[in-house]
Structures are given as structure tokens and as C-alpha cells.
Design a protein around this ligand. Structure first.
Ligand SMILES: Cc1cc2nc3c(=O)[nH]c(=O)nc-3n(C[C@H](O)[C@H](O)[C@H](O)COP(=O)(O)O)c2cc1C
Ligand code: SF4
Length: 429
């Protein structure tokens, strides 16, 4: 199905979809004007609830339900998570760079609905071009009267601050992000209290992902029910997938959920490079356990993949062909998490480094017979039971995420792991 909600403008107008002129010319800001002039705040929240949209940042939490949890006392804040540091994920970058006004309109409508007069966009420092485009778009929206005092003569006012991060993956975790905006170390907070009750500067705060908020203008313009009617019931709407790795046509694709993995990888992605065999793929960013060809004909839905012990996470699909050394691939991911651990929790701080060291000695040809058991034992100490979604011994899910590649290679490629430990080639199946 070819429904396009988020990418329609950038596809129709590739050269200038980021400008306010093009945005206005294609109907942009009309929904905001109508909303602030004649809608009740509660009705907008109800539309978002009715849309069944679930957050696109990773956890898939129902967006309308989260908005409903926002504590009533003022001031309260909206924080947009544009950190996008999950390896393999590059969809928010496109939304920021190619259609920043769509996001700003989403922020403004959401802020009106939530009773917020101050919003922040936390964008990763490495995203210099998207950050420049967004900053410029914020200025344009101010000049045109869609941000600032008394928006469109309605009495509603909103300021948006663009805040650059400094290159830490953990600052994408919502409470570490709030600490970072406050000028503290980017370390996750213990929850509860959740941000909706006590967030930025200890005030009630909603944190939403760029893609989640970019859907808001369409939802409010067309009605929550229209959005809910797109795709499967519990995975409503379209979703941006960042497809990368050994496919012929890598890129960002907006698809209606419910499509099969085969249609995504072989249809949209053009199949495997050099017509090689598909070996495995990461379905939802580095934090998610992998899938294998026997899952190709299953549907892409948020809950469907949980049945196979994984998640859609940030929508990053990384495809690996038959030439992939899975021990090296797992090592690359584990090393990333070990490096990015903030160090507060012992299982994460120590365990991720242990996993990295064990994989490194296997790759160096010094594997030991007990290494598979050791990898699983260390993983079990980080994430008891090795179930997915993970059981937590840590403050945030970063530690458990590091066990995803270990679970994957020992579940699906044990023969290859043992062969690496013994210093021989795995039997080709
Ligand atoms: C280690 C870690 C990194 C994360 N990085 C991001 C990120 O870069 N972008 C994002 O939107 N959410 C990220 N999240 C999820 C956020 O904590 C939060 O759930 C999300 O921003 C909520 O927005 P949503 O409800 O619209 O999905 C991360 C979570 C963890 C545990
Ligand atoms: S799990 Fe890791 S990254 Fe998360 S709070 Fe604990 S030490 Fe920090």
C-alpha cells in the first residue's frame, strides 16, 4: 500500500520541501490555524487517542495515552526527542532536514492540546544540517506568526528552543535527555516519577519522538479514526523504516505496517546485493534481537515481532547476507553499547565490557570451550531470563540491549559461534 503521510511533500517537491513557502503552498499550517482558532484542547487529545498511534522512538507507547498522563500543574513542557543515535536509524534525520515545518506544526498543535507554552527539540550535535534547517524553520515560523506570541491571533503562545546534544547515545533515553538539557550529566533517572509527572526542571513534561509528532498535523486534519483505519489495529498508520546493510536499495521508506518482511527486503529494498542469500536481519535497531529467513513471510507489526522475541524499536532494519561473520557483527554492536554505557548500573557497566572481551578473544582465535555458556551467563546477569522484552536489573534498557546480539547468535548461529571458538569454518548449511 502506498499511503504517504510523512514523506508526501518531500517526494513531490524534493528541492524545496523544507521551506516555509512550499509548506504553505501545500496546505501547511492550515490545521494549526484552525485548531488554535476553534478547537478545544481535550478534543485534540481525543483525536490522538482515537488514532491509536504508538510512539516511534522505540518503546511503542500509545501517544494519546501518554498525553493523557500529563499532570495538570503549570508550567509544563513538550520535549522532542531528535537524538536519533540508535545504530542503523536515520529516518528522523530525513524528517528534520526535508520537512521541518511538518514537525513544527506537530509541535505547535501538540503544545496547544497539552497546554504547553515552551517546547524544546533535543537534536544530536552530529546532525548539523538538519539542526540548521530546523533552526531556520523555527525562525521562519516565528516571522510568519505560527510560533511566538498570540499565534494566529488566538491568544495561544509558544516558544520553541532547538538544543544541540554532544554525541552520547544515552542522551536519547528520555530522562538522560532531560538531564542533558538541564546541563547535568546525561544519565537516566530512576522511574517513577515518569516525566509526565516530574520531567524537565521537575515540571510535568511530555517527551515524544520526531516521527511521532510529525504525524500530528495529518491526524488532526483528517481525524483520529482515519489514521486508525490505516494498517493493522494495534499497529496503526504508516511508519518510516531505515533500511540498510546488504540490500540493493538502502534508504528510508514510509510503509503501511502489516507488510511482510519479504516485501520490505526483496520488494522495496530490491533484494540482497549480488543476489546473495539472506542470512539474518536486525528488525528494529541495534537494541533488537535478530530475525532469520523463516520469518520473511510474517507481517511487520509492533506486537507481531514480539512473538519472535524481538521488537520494531526505532525502525532500523539492518540486513546481513551469507558473507556476514555473525560473531564480528555481534561484537560491533556489543562494543557500541559497552562504549555508550553511562556506568551507573553494575550489570551494564561491567557486563557489557565482559561481553565485548569474550567476543574479542573468540575473534582473535583464543576462544574457550566454555565461552558460549559464559556469554549467556553474563547476559543473564544483565537481563535475567534472557526474555524479550527484557527483564530489568538496570535503570534503563541500554544494558539489556547489549544482550540482543548474544541472544541472536547463540539462538540461530550456534554452529558458527562454536566453529569460531574452535578456530574452524562453520559447516555451510
Ligand atoms: C538508550 C536509549 C536510547 C534512546 N534513544 C532514542 C532516540 O534517539 N530517539 C527517540 O525518539 N527515542 C529514543 N529512546 C526512547 C526514549 O526514551 C522515549 O521512549 C521516546 O523518546 C518517547 O517518544 P515516543 O513515545 O514518541 O516514541 C531511547 C531509549 C533508550 C533506552
Ligand atoms: S543500564 Fe547502562 S546506560 Fe542505562 S542507566 Fe544503567 S549503566 Fe546507564
Amino acid at each position: 500500500m502506498t499511503t504517504q503521510i510523512l514523506t508526501a511533500r518531500m517526494e513531490a517537491h524534493p528541492s524545496d520541501s523544507h521551506t516555509i513557502e512550499r509548506y504553505l503552498d501545500t496546505g501547511g499550517y492550515a490545521t494549526l490555524k484552525k485548531t488554535v482558532a476553534s478547537s478545544k484542547r481535550e478534543d485534540i487529545v481525543e483525536q490522538v487517542k482515537a488514532s491509536n498511534i504508538r510512539g516511534r522512538g522505540g518503546a511503542g507507547f500509545p501517544m494519546g495515552m501518554k498525553w493523557g498522563f500529563l499532570a495538570a500543574s503549570d508550567p509544563k513542557y513538550l520535549v522532542v526527542n531528535a537524538d536519533e543515535s540508535e545504530p542503523g536509524t536515520f529516518k528522523d534525520r530525513q524528517l528534520l532536514e526535508r520537512d521541518p515545518h511538518q514537525l513544527i506544526e506537530g509541535i505547535a498543535i501538540a503544545s496547544f492540546a497539552l497546554g504547553v507554552n515552551r517546547a524544546f527539540v533535543y537534536i544530536r550535535g552530529e546532525y548539523s544540517k538538519p539542526a540548521r534547517r530546523l533552526q531556520r524553520a523555527v525562525e521562519e515560523a516565528h516571522e510568519a506568526g505560527y510560533l511566538g506570541e498570540n499565534i494566529a491571533g488566538s491568544g495561544f503562545s509558544l516558544d520553541v528552543t532547538v538544543h544541540l546534544g554532544a554525541g552520547a547515545y544515552i542522551c536519547g533515553e528520555e530522562t538522560a535527555l532531560l538531564n542533558s538539557i538541564e546541563g547535568r550529566r546525561g544519565e537516566p533517572r530512576l522511574k517513577p516519577p515518569f516525566p509526565a509527572v516530574e520531567g524537565l526542571y521537575a515540571r510535568p513534561t511530555i517527551v515524544n519522538n520526531v516521527e511521532s509528532l510529525s504525524n500530528v498535523p495529518w491526524i488532526v486534519a483528517n481525524g483520529g479514526e482515519a489514521y486508525a483505519a490505516i494498517g493493522p489495529e494495534r499497529s496503526a498508520g504508516t511508519r518510516m523504516f531505515s533500511l540498510s546493510g546488504h540490500v540493493k536499495k538502502p534508504g528510508n521508506y514510509e510503509i503501511v505496517m502489516g507488510m511482510s518482511w519479504r516485501d520490505l527486503i526483496y520488494g522495496i529494498g530490491g533484494g540482497i546485493r549480488d543476489d546473495n542469500e539472506l542470512k539474518t536481519w536486525i528488525p528494529g535497531g541495534a537494541s533488537s534481537p535478530w530475525l532469520i529467513p523463516e520469518h520473511l513471510d510474517t507481517a511487520i507489526t509492533i506486537d507481531g515481532v514480539v512473538e519472535f522475541g524481538t521488537m520494531l524499536g526505532s525502525g532500523a532494519v539492518v540486513v546481513m547476507d551469507e558473507t556476514t561473520d555473525v560473531v564480528a557483527a555481534a561484537h560491533s554492536i556489543v562494543r557500541f553499547f559497552a562504549h555508550e554505557s553511562c556506568g551507573q548500573c553494575t550489570p551494564c557497566r561491567e557486563g557489557t565490557k565482559w561481553l565485548q572481551d569474550i567476543l574479542e578473544r573468540i575473534m582473535a582465535g583464543n576462544g574457550r570451550p566454555e565461552d558460549v555458556d559464559l556469554l549467556l551467563d553474563v547476559s543473564d546477569n544483565i537481563s535475567p531470563g534472557l526474555v524479550w522484552p527484557p527483564a530489568m536489573t538496570t535503570i534503563c534498557p541500554l544494558g539489556p540491549s547489549a544482550t540482543a546480539p548474544i541472544i541472536s547468535i547463540t539462538k540461530y548461529f550456534l554452529d558458527e559461534v562454536n566453529a569460531a571458538i574452535e578456530g574452524r569454518q562453520a559447516a555451510v548449511v
